[in-house]
Design a protein around this ligand. Sequence first.
Ligand code: HSE
Length: 295
Amino acid sequence: MIKIKVPASTANIGSGFDCAGIAVSLYNYAEMEIAEGCHISSADGSDIPTGEDNLIYVSAKKVFEKSGVLFTGLKITEENNIPFARGLGSSSACIIAGVFGANELLGRPFTRDELLDIAAEIEGHPDNVSPALLGGFTVNAMDGQKVRYVKTEIPEKLVFAAFVPPFELKTADARAVMPKEVSLSDAVLNLSGSALMAASFISGKYENLRRSCCDRLHQPYRLPLIPGGEEIIEKSYENGAAAAYISGAGSTMMAIFDCDKTKAEEIAKNILSDEIFTGWKYFILNADNSGAAAL
Ligand code: HSE
């Protein structure tokens, strides 16, 4: 039996739609062992699919098939701490638990980079699976079936305040509201912002992040689906945030502060004290620079 730990991830970071993400210090765990048939349970009482459509199971099975080893089934016990359908990479964490766990059970026939390609194929885009597997900030581009990426570590002094609303937002619904075509000026605004973002995380020039969060591809269309989202962005910047944006496809709003955790927590509590945020909660996190691990 093996136990796998996978971090949550915050993708897009404004302009980096479908290509940028950071792993953060909130974790799912999965115990896995080879079995006859499908045996899936939750250690924390969360309502999870327990059939062969379970995402950890599907992802693990794919790695067995690619390795050429006969797949007989798995026993999986999940502990889910990453909220579902909230833009914190819960699906990607399941995919990574499956591919990483299966690779461990098989004696590591695949490299991490090969696992990333398999995970991106399952997810359809690399921006959450890449940091969940590798840790840190990653910027990614698909090259056919292969993920080309650069990873950089994020220092502890950057604090991530995740503002989690009491409602889910399914990625499919958040993608459905986006335009199918964009103007050249909107494309340029985003590509310049995402290039600036990557260079700024790599060089530590965090004062550029506010500009790199400017985006005209997805956030203007998604914010109406997140009542209170715009207010979180405004109030985060009023309180000195370096960046504030919709985490992934939402519904979580993320703010990055260059300050100590106690101060960031005070700011988050204060922002959510307004009655329009009834039912919201916050997590105060750091980046996770290690990614998925076997414990
Ligand atoms: N880049 C994705 C999106 C993240 O914004 O739709 C969620 O899977």
